[in-house]
Design a protein around this ligand. Structure first.
Ligand SMILES: NC(=O)c1ccc[n+]([C@@H]2O[C@H](COP(=O)([O-])OP(=O)(O)OC[C@H]3O[C@@H](n4cnc5c(N)ncnc54)[C@H](OP(=O)(O)O)[C@@H]3O)[C@@H](O)[C@H]2O)c1
Length: 281
């Protein structure tokens, strides 16, 4: 089993340096893929209402307990509020429905999936999340796809900083300015699509050269780059073998020059997901 180190979030809770993406892991196969990741050493599971797999994630948590003896409290379950559930009362209701589908009594990390600025309700949504945290049904609260200006607005209007901002981040879109803002304010960065969805990234010469030099795989080079940038990547893999490969990245370190060489692949967002304009319901 791979050992994944933890960091401490701004609310005092421990949070793994690497987790499992679960987009498209659904049905019996999806549940078993999540169980295999837990067996490999993953503790952070990233779900969302819109992935339609909260039931599978909850089932995987229970199977890990029964089959592997891994306690529920050793696992961190993330889910995310969809745009259609923004608003104070809507968020309270949405969280209850998520808990029901998960079959759990607590969400470990609850995120606003997209800010949907045209809806104009992400601050009300955030207030409800603060309330849910007080009630104890949610342990840590955060956001996803928020810009610096949106983070500032949340804090100005509620006084509460998110613990996490999960954003598109990979060597083609390095988010240097947003990461610096997060570091200044104690917000943990989480990288979605950390492998750039296996596009040509893994064939880039610089990645291949560093893989050879460090006797690791291209994927391991990319994921180690994320962790050394102080971001938690959540690579998705349905394969037990690739899950182990992806988690086993803490036994080597890249130099500053090597990190910079990877970051030089920067070319911008890959999927047109500008939070100021992109809306997801
Ligand atoms: N907050 C948001 O708005 C948002 C948006 C997008 C994604 N996410 C989250 O981020 C997670 C990760 O992003 P993602 O799923 O889009 O992309 P990703 O993790 O960058 O890439 C996943 C792809 O890479 C392949 N892969 C994984 N490990 C590999 C390896 N070692 N070698 C070769 N190929 C490998 C996977 O195939 P196999 O499964 O066959 O291994 C899959 O096709 C999602 O699952 C989701 O939880 C969040």
């Amino acid at each position: 089993m791979v050992s994944i180190p933890d960091v401490v979030l701004n609310d005092g809770t421990s949070f793994p340096e690497l987790g499992l993406g679960t987009y498209n892991l659904r049905g019996e196969e999806g549940t078993e893929a999540i169980v295999s990741a837990i067996a490999a050493g993953y503790r952070l599971l990233d779900s969302a209402v819109n992935y339609e797999n909260e039931t599978e994630v909850g089932d995987a948590v229970r199977r890990a307990g029964e089959r592997l003896g891994i306690a529920r409290d050793d696992l961190l379950v993330t889910t995310k509020i969809p745009g259609r559930d923004h608003g104070y009362d809507e968020t309270l209701a949405s969280s209850a429905a998520s808990l029901d589908r998960l079959g759990l009594d607590r969400i470990d990390l609850y995120l606003i999936h997209w800010p949907n600025p045209s809806v104009g309700k992400y601050v009300d949504t955030w207030r409800a999340m603060v309330e849910l945290q007080k009630r104890g049904t949610v342990r840590s609260i955060g956001v996803s796809n928020f810009t610096e200006a949106m983070l500032v607005r949340l804090v100005d209007e509620t006084g509460v900083f998110p613990a996490v901002n999960q954003v598109e981040l990979h060597p083609y879109f390095t988010q240097a300015a947003l990461r610096a803002f997060h570091a200044e304010h104690g917000i943990r960065t989480e990288s979605w699509s950390p492998l750039a969805r296996r596009t040509e990234l893994l064939n880039e010469g610089v990645i291949a050269d560093l893989a050879e030099a460090n006797d690791v795989t291209p994927t391991q080079v990319v994921l180690r780059w994320h962790t050394q940038l102080h971001s938690t990547p959540i690579p998705k893999s349905a394969s037990a073998e690739r899950q182990i490969e992806n988690a086993d990245v803490f036994g080597f370190a890249l130099t500053e020059d090597e990190l910079d060489a990877i970051s030089a692949l920067e070319r911008g967002r890959l999927w047109d997901g500008d939070p100021d304009t992109h809306e997801e319901m």
